[in-house]
Ligand binder design. Sequence first.
Ligand code: SF4
Length: 64
Amino acid sequence: MRVRVEEDVCQGHTLCAMNAPELFDLREDDGHAVVLLVDVPAELEAKARLAHRGCPEHAVVLEE
Ligand code: SF4
């Protein structure tokens, strides 16, 4: 599984980083999410899906 954030859609709600802190962080300058691990390890796939479902802007994109 791979994960990315649609930067032009992200509004910086931080929910992805709270749901999966291993996978996402928030940039200090604009508050938008950045992906820490593009290739999601198997043990973090459930958290990646949680972040995907939890993003109010649908900015977290998963590629299986
Ligand atoms: S939850 Fe969605 S909108 Fe909020 S910071 Fe993460 S990717 Fe951006």
